[in-house]
Design a protein around this ligand. Structure first.
Ligand code: AMP
Ligand code: MG
Length: 485
């Protein structure tokens, strides 16, 4: 271990050579640390204070490689908007795997470190705005209790990058359980080397699912585990109104963490067809489609495993199909469980699903805010006339109250459950934009730091959060997000 606490062991570099290309970051002019995630650094065993010195910041810029690190760019493929493509880390480099004081193994990756073997026509660089955006939203997701990659630091590079306009360059240090994606398996399967595919599958099982190592058919168990984790993950997204925006198979992890915060955003007004991403013209990745796309991506994952599932390919297909067909039910079970909590319900009731659907239909019909509606129900604050004075809602409320009355838990217990399940704050788009604007154009990070602080405890329901619950002024154009590549 180094003085700063870096403690690398690079198991990915021991996979067959086809899975990566050894590659150092390209040094930058004048790096400057603009955000450091102190609690995260400490949990990784790093000396957060020392990391802030100019000399040690060089690591986050790729100018200095910490002792024990072994930088590489990962190969992967992916279905992008349904079309299969060879991809790879075109603007990311895995520095190494940090072994934390708790014994966990996490990837330390630089996003925006310069060109790699997979950059194709790109410059391998990233702009400050999108990197800060990933920092804010990934940390908000973590605080909401949703599995996600984390953000350790952002440095500006002192260099300008060329997009539609000239933008300040930056590098994000991303921490992940791993960067193994559905697309990594697609890459292995696409090459057609079953030994390499098996090496990847065994590596993944050892790293993420050691509990299934001894199973008779461990590759089938791997598929089952990933299906379970993704069903749980996507249900969590739906429950908070998170729209990923670019659920390509290269952006779906095998660990079950949310990854790749490009054009993602949170929904304000409840509308299942919400799409924010400017490039998603057909709404493939709209809010209501996310569970279906999750299932579709997992079917692509299952296809890659066929040679390992059974020696008889017909039987392999059958095993894969049986497993994939469980996704919808698993997702629905997770979602119902989450909805019950959001409405203070402890046990399962036959009519629950219709109770939830009815509420959502009313929210859609009367165009009310998703997060704030649940917050109002939590605190019995029914001042918003848009929905709460409608006879249909009053009828629904009676039904809900009767449902709550039918369980043994007290009103107070239900209330506590609701407070812990309904966030007061989410990273609302206008707040995120406001923070980015101040940081990027004026170098003023105070707005962002305040926002990060409020988002770090979304279930606190304290007065400080109040002003972050207000909705944006109605605007002529709907909010749009961009990939930021
Ligand atoms: P993403 O939209 O971030 O999932 O990226 C899709 C693919 O494009 C990945 O293979 C990226 O590595 C690559 N890519 C994105 N931006 C750049 C860039 N500036 N330079 C090189 N490759 C890039
Ligand atoms: Mg990606």
């Amino acid at each position: 271990m180094t003085k700063l606490g870096w403690n690398f062991d690079n198991s990915y570099a021991r996979l067959p050579k086809s899975f990566f290309t050894t590659q150092n970051p390209t040094p930058v002019n004048s790096p400057k640390l603009v955000v450091l995630n102190v609690p995260l650094a400490e949990s990784l065993g790093l000396d957060a204070k020392a990391l802030q010195s100019e000399e040690n910041t060089e690591v986050f810029a790729g100018n200095k490689i910490p002792v024990g690190a072994s930088p590489l760019a990962q190969a992967y493929a992916g279905h992008q908007f349904g079309h299969f493509t060879m991809l790879g880390d075109g603007r990311a480099i895995l520095i190494g795997e940090q072994i934390t004081p708790q014994g966990d193994r996490v990837d330390v990756q630089l996003k925006g470190p310069g060109r790699t073997a997979y950059s194709r026509g790109g410059d391998g660089r990233a702009a400050l705005g999108p990197m800060l955006r990933e920092y804010i939203i990934s940390e908000a997701m973590h605080a909401l209790g949703i599995p996600t990659t984390r953000s350790l630091a952002v440095v500006t590079t002192g260099e300008t990058i060329i997009r539609e306009t000239l933008l300040p360059g930056a590098i994000l240090t991303r921490i992940a359980a791993s960067h193994i994606r559905v697309g990594t398996f697609q890459y292995a399967a696409g090459k057609g080397d079953v030994d390499d595919l098996q090496a990847l599958a065994d590596y993944t099982i050892k790293r993420h699912y050691p509990n299934i190592e001894g199973e008779e058919n461990r590759y089938l168990a791997l598929l089952q585990e990933v299906v379970k984790r993704q069903a749980a993950l996507i249900a969590k997204w739906q429950l908070v109104g998170f729209i990923h925006g670019v659920m390509n198979t290269d952006n779906m992890t095998i660990s079950g963490e949310t990854i790749d915060y490009g054009p993602c955003a949170f929904m304000d007004q409840y509308d299942p067809s919400t799409v924010f991403s400017s490039i998603d013209r057909e709404g493939r990745y709209a809010y209501a489609n996310q569970p279906y796309i999750g299932g579709w991506n997992l079917a692509r994952f299952a296809e890659t495993l066929l040679p390992l599932l059974h020696e008889n390919q017909e039987q392999a297909v059958q095993l894969a199909q049986e497993t994939i067909s469980q996704f919808t039910n698993l997702y629905q079970t997770n979602w119902l469980k989450g909805m019950r909590s959001k409405l203070g319900i402890f046990n399962e009731g036959e009519q629950d699903e219709s109770l939830f659907e009815e509420l959502l239909n009313l929210m859609h019909k009367y165009q009310v805010d998703y997060t704030n509606t649940f917050r109002s129900l939590t605190f019995a604050q029914y001042d918003d006339k848009k929905l709460f004075e409608k006879p249909e809602f009053l009828q629904w409320k009676e039904r809900w109250q009767a449902r709550l009355g039918s369980q043994k838990e007290t009103e107070e217990e239900s209330n506590r459950l609701m407070q812990n399940s309904n966030p007061a704050v989410i990273p609302r788009n206008h707040r995120v934009e406001e923070a980015l604007e101040a940081a990027v154009t004026q170098g003023d990070y105070s707005v962002m730091n305040k926002l990060l602080q409020v988002l770090s405890n979304p279930y606190a329901h304290n007065p400080e959060q109040e002003e972050y619950c207000t909705l944006p002024e109605p605007s002529i154009r709907p909010y749009q997000t961009f990939c930021g590549t």
